[in-house]
Design a protein around this ligand. Structure first.
Ligand code: ADP
Length: 476
């Protein structure tokens, strides 16, 4: 099967979050399963600087309003990059901590049209265009409303994956004429969202099949609480909506082979390396007493991820005898809040602001407990990585966390983590205290670690589910 994977970010090229891991790993796994896969993404500065991508085709022109933008294609292995320096040669992917780039609508109109140009230039006739998130949300609309008439794409079907309902790409109505899409789609059944244009809604409306990244989140987003205003649209498409949990890249996230940690380890027998990792992490963080339980948070600093909830219990946790590491990047108020905590508790609380992939490996490996107090969580990779590295999560029972973490049962000793229902400081505190009690009963804790590390989150199972969905879209 020919699969064109259209993603605004993909590991290893560019990453701000879990979408990059998912798109990169899924593309690689599908290729291993003998599909032809073409990964298409923008040619950001970070890609230009770090990968020897070669000029591959173009120029092609896309008119956006009065302006003609010129694009070129670059290739590196199985990835094709859509280049347009004016739009993508910037320090960040989507914006700075103070806000999104003001021309994001234009940047991703260009990308969504460029996908079709890339397919043509590569002579790659896709059976499936698999689009990810609002940045590629217009592509299913282009396919249905424009490219369907083109013999090159007449057999092409689209699958649209929602990684997070909280990011929809909502723009002023004046953006629609810029897109080149027909004006009559501006209605509530089409692309309109309360007088504005909504790119995510376009993907949901015109894709042959819509997926999201866990079965629980697929159910939740059909309710007002989680649908961010699009629950009605999703209910309308419920018969075409599927939930497929992401995997993690087991080669990249493997404590037995990880190059970024001082000593490798594996369950059930060879766990001593984990202690070495904890020592190294504690010394890098400047902790005075490395024998304390080490609790970490790794993630975007945003309302969704609940870093503020973790911050709210940090002082008491330190008083309870815990060391804490925060690794994160995101909204400024959350960054400042954490930095202040770091200054207040220099011997027991370490804050690293920034996106540091390498350091994150050591944090997962060196920690005893992983905090994930998300207010909602489409899938979440952090908890799966933490499980694999033997750092049982204390996490909200929501979305993909529900589908991947099994709550600890004290009598049988079954379970892999500690779940709480409501994302609040009180619930987080209660669950963390409970986890610490189990931690202090050392034998029981080793059982939880073993359960956690025995879970299988490899991509193969998820990729097989996607192939089923592609077949369904193609009607075979
Ligand atoms: P998101 O909603 O941000 O996509 P996920 O849990 O699905 O959240 O994925 C987050 C991924 O990004 C994980 O692989 C996590 O380890 C990584 N990550 C998040 N923040 C950082 C950071 N500051 N430094 C390094 N890695 C990070």
């Amino acid at each position: 099967m020919n699969v064109l994977m259209a993603a605004p970010e993909a590991f290893p090229y560019a990453k701000t979050g879990g979408l990059a891991d998912a798109a990169g790993a899924l593309a690689a796994e599908l290729a291993k399963m003998n599909n032809r896969v073409l990964l298409v993404m923008p040619f950001y500065r970070t890609v230009k600087e770090r990968f020897p991508a070669r000029f591959f085709g173009g120029p092609f022109e896309v008119s956006i309003g009065e302006h003609a933008f010129i694009g070129s294609l670059y290739r590196h292995e199985n990835a094709v990059f859509i280049g347009c320096d004016q739009l993508y040669d910037r320090p960040e992917l989507y914006g700075t901590p103070s806000g999104d780039y003001p021309d994001n609508a234009v940047r991703f109109i260009f990308f969504s049209r460029g996908i079709f140009e890339a397919a043509r230039v590569c002579g790659f006739k896709p059976d499936i265009i698999h689009c990810h998130d609002w940045q590629a949300g217009l592509a299913p609309a282009y396919l249905e409303n424009i490219y369907r008439r083109d013999p090159f794409f007449s057999g092409t079907k689209s699958v649209f994956t929602i990684h997070n309902m909280g990011y929809q790409g909502v723009f002023r109505a004046e953006v629609l004429p810029l897109s080149g899409l027909p004006p009559d789609i501006f209605n509530p059944e089409g692309i309109e969202f309360y007088g504005k244009v909504n790119f995510l809604k376009a993907g949901i409306t015109w894709a042959d099949i819509v997926t999201t990244v866990s079965p629980t989140y697929a159910r939740q987003i059909q309710t007002p609480e989680y649908g961010f205003g699009l629950d009605g649209v999703l209910r309308r498409r419920a018969d075409r909506l599927r939930g497929i949990i992401n995997g993690i890249d087991h080669r990249l996230w493997d404590p037995a082979r990880d190059r970024y940690i001082p000593e490798n380890y594996s369950a059930p027998k060879n766990l001593t390396g984990k202690g070495v990792c904890k020592k190294k992490l504690s010394s890098l963080c400047g902790f005075e007493d490395a024998s304390r339980p080490l609790v970490c948070f790794v993630g975007r600093l945003s309302h969704q991820k609940g870093s503020d909830l973790a911050a709210a219990v940090a002082g008491e946790a330190v008083a309870e005898g815990v060391n804490l590491v925060f690794l994160g990047k995101g909204d400024e108020p959350y960054q400042l809040e954490l930095e202040a905590l770091g200054e207040k508790y220099p011997k027991n609380l370490c804050v690293r602001i920034g996106f540091d992939e390498e350091f994150s490996h050591l944090v997962y490996a060196g920690s005893d407990i992983f905090l994930m107090p998300s207010r909602y969580e489409p899938c979440g990779l952090g908890q799966m990585i933490a499980l694999r590295y033997g750092a049982p999560p204390v996490a909200t029972d929501t979305g993909g966390i529900t589908d991947t973490v099994r709550n600890y049962l004290p009598l049988s000793g079954a379970g892999t983590g500690f779940l709480f229902a409501e994302a609040s400081p009180a619930s987080l505190r209660q669950s963390l205290w409970y986890a610490l009690c189990v931690y202090r009963g050392a034998g029981r804790w080793r059982g939880v670690i073993r359960n956690a590390m025995a879970e299988d989150f490899s991509w193969r199972k998820s990729a097989e589910r996607y192939v089923e969905v592609y077949r369904e879209a193609m009607g075979i």
